[in-house]
Design a protein around this ligand. Sequence first.
Ligand code: FES
Length: 68
Amino acid sequence: MPQIVILPNANFCPEGAVLEVNSGISVCDALLENGIDIEHACEKSCACTTCHVIVREGGQSLNEASED
Ligand code: FES
């Protein structure tokens, strides 16, 4: 099961977190489902970029960006 390590962020996740997520879920959905309330102004329709994150490690295991 993929793991997402969230570094501490004063606004969104002060203690940091380690999430076990299902393959295929978007990073945005994984965070939201785990109570990390990142902005997502266009409701994830890829129109606004408010849901952007910085991937520091493991980016090679992500799917290519797509409309989905
Ligand atoms: S919520 Fe992700 S692009 Fe708008």
